[in-house]
Every structure is written in C-alpha cells, then in structure tokens.
Design a protein around this ligand. Structure first.
Ligand SMILES: Cc1cc2nc3c(=O)[nH]c(=O)nc-3n(C[C@H](O)[C@H](O)[C@H](O)COP(=O)(O)OP(=O)(O)OC[C@H]3O[C@@H](n4cnc5c(N)ncnc54)[C@H](O)[C@@H]3O)c2cc1C
Length: 304
C-alpha cells in the first residue's frame, strides 16, 4: 500500500493519467474481468520508460495491455498495475520510395490504424489483419497471423524495454515462430516496411479478408480470437468440432457454432465459465485424439 501511495504521487507529479480499481472487462474484447489496483495510460516513451523503471524498483507487479484482444482476465481481477497502451500511439514516416515505405510505429497504435495509413499512401503489407482489434505491440508479442501471413514479415526493427535498458533488435527469422516473438520485455515501437500496391487491389484484398472472416468466424461477437494454437498436424477447431462441442455452453459462455476454436460471451459470462469451457475442450480432445491443445489466449488473474 505504501508503494502504491508512492506510485500515485509519482503519477500526479508527472501528470500521467491513471485510474484506481479500474474494472478490466471493458478493455478486453471478450468483455470479462474484474478490477486492477491501478490502470495507467502513458502517452510517450519517456513516461513509459520512467514508469517501468519505478515499478521494477518498487517491485510492483505490472501487466502490459494492448487491445485486450487475446486476453482472459479473472473475475477477481488483477492485484497489480495495468499499463494500458491505448494512448501510446503514433506513426512516423522514415523513408518513402517508389516501391517501399518504411514507418516507425509506437506499440499502442491499433493495427487497423496502420492499415488505414498505408492504404492511403498506396502501400500494402498488413491487410491480412484488417478488422482485428490488436495493437502493434500485442501483434508483435503474439506474432499475429492469418491467411498464411504473419506480422513478422513486415517488421524490420523492434525497440524494447528490458530490465532498465532500451534495446533495438533487427528482425531475423530466428526471433519469430508460430504465435511467439523471442525477445522478452516491453515492446516500445517498431519499424515496419510496406510495398507499393495499387489502392484498388489493396481495397479488394481487405474486402475479401473481411468477408472470409465474417463467413467463418464469430468476428463481430465478444471473443478473444482463437482459444488454442493449432497443433502441427491440423486445426484446433477441427478437433473440438469432431468432439461434438460446437455450441456447448457453460453459464453465459459458448463454444461458437461458427468456429469451434472461438468462445463467445453471450452477455454476462464469467471468466470461470470460459475456463471451464477451455478445460472441457482440452479434456475431450485429449481423450479422443491424445492431442494436447495449448492455449493461445493469455491469462491475467486466472489460470486453467
Ligand atoms: C475478432 C478477433 C479476431 C482475431 N484474429 C486473429 C488473427 O487472425 N490472428 C491472430 O494471430 N490473432 C487474432 N486475434 C487475437 C489477437 O487479436 C492477437 O493475438 C493480437 O496480437 C493481440 O494484440 P493485443 O494488442 O490485443 O494484445 P493483448 O490482448 O492486449 O495482449 C496479448 C499479450 O501481448 C502482451 N503485450 C501487449 N502489448 C505489448 C507490448 N507493447 N509489449 C509487450 N507485450 C505486450 C500482453 O501483455 C499479453 O501477454 C483475434 C482476436 C479477435 C478478438
């Protein structure tokens, strides 16, 4: 508590916006989760880095929140500090040539905003994520991907905070894998490179991706995207569907009828309902196929 008072004083002194006992549900796409002790909204690198230094010095546990689109927060919330990066955003053009565009983007910038920006400039690269409510930091941490493409393909450099130091790493294939980025720490910004493309072609591509998602996923409902990573052999959704679990409900949470690797909050679902569904899917798939489904979703203040 003494440390929290020190933190509050610091935030007031440096005029960094924050909220006390803020409920996390509205900040997640599945709209579930209790309060955190403090939610802090840094707006620039100096404030963010100084804040991280202080939290680490005072041994206060913290969590970095992007778009909250791959996150399940426990019903009792998180007894720590949440750093919400929604105001930590911005796109700066570094280099613009005929065939390519290089930009530096702050980690809290929404991926959709980047796609809109590059579309206006007539450059292409991230359209496969159009409509996905992720921030750049979250998309890099998860190496978000779809339609056989992933964020790693446009990332050239990543700026990170690691234990009091700021470090810039150049992207290379050994840093990325299926839904992971190897470097630990807080992602501050990244340099991304896009290629020239006719605007009409970019537009058509985006329309097609959105249509495909709407057809096959509960894209506009309250979800956190894929529940499980796909095992090497086949799709996680296929296993869950084969166990007859499409439409299976616990409380107000349901395994989507459209896509079995999505859980939908029907309104008023609890984290416990979702956890039970995740356990159920894991157990049934293991019993029937001896395949362990590893969660893709991240947990805060709860666990399986
Ligand atoms: C409708 C819908 C569709 C989706 N479709 C896809 C898809 O096609 N492909 C796909 O891969 N995912 C998809 N997702 C899941 C999700 O959007 C991605 O995993 C995304 O990368 C999460 O980004 P976020 O900013 O929301 O991160 P959050 O959910 O806020 O956080 C996820 C993790 O990243 C960490 N993190 C966030 N920002 C930073 C940072 N700056 N530095 C360090 N760590 C950070 C968090 O601490 C947490 O561990 C979808 C989700 C929804 C709701």
């Amino acid at each position: 508590m003494k440390d929290l008072l020190k933190l509050d004083l610091y935030l007031k002194k440096w005029e960094i916006p924050f909220k006390e006992e803020e409920v996390l549900a509205p900040y997640t796409t599945i709209k579930i989760g209790g309060p955190c002790l403090r939610m802090i909204f840094p707006q620039n690198i100096r404030d963010l880095v100084n804040l991280l230094n202080l939290l680490e010095k005072e041994n206060l546990s913290y969590f970095i929140l992007g778009g909250g689109s791959n996150l399940l927060v426990g019903d009792r919330g998180f007894k720590g500090v949440v750093i919400n990066l929604r105001n930590f955003k911005g796109i700066e053009v570094i280099e613009k040539e005929k065939s390519k565009l290089r930009v530096k983007v702050l980690a809290g910038t929404l991926v959709n905003r980047i796609i809109g920006f590059t579309f206006k400039e007539g450059f292409s690269g991230l359209e496969f994520l159009v409509g996905v409510p992720a921030t750049l930091g979250g998309a890099i941490r998860m190496n978000a991907g779809a339609f056989h493409q992933s964020v790693s393909e446009v990332v050239k450099k990543v700026e990170l905070y690691q234990k009091g130091e700021i470090k810039v790493v150049s992207s290379s294939s050994n840093l990325w894998g299926y839904r992971w980025f190897k470097e630990e720490g807080v992602i501050l910004s990244a340099e991304l490179e896009f290629v020239k493309e006719e605007k009409e072609k970019i537009w058509t591509k985006m329309q097609n991706y959105i249509e495909r998602r709407k057809k096959t996923q509960p894209f506009l409902e309250k979800t956190f995207g894929s529940v499980f990573k796909n095992p090497p052999c086949c799709y996680a959704g296929w296993f869950i569907e084969a166990c007859g679990l499409k439409g299976y409900k616990v409380g107000r949470a349901k395994i989507s009828e459209k896509h079995a690797n999505f859980i939908v909050n029907l309104g008023g679902a609890k984290a416990e309902d979702v956890l039970e569904l995740i356990r159920k899917a894991q157990e049934e798939v293991y019993l029937r196929f001896q395949t362990f489904l590893e969660p893709e979703v991240k947990f805060l203040g709860c666990s399986l």
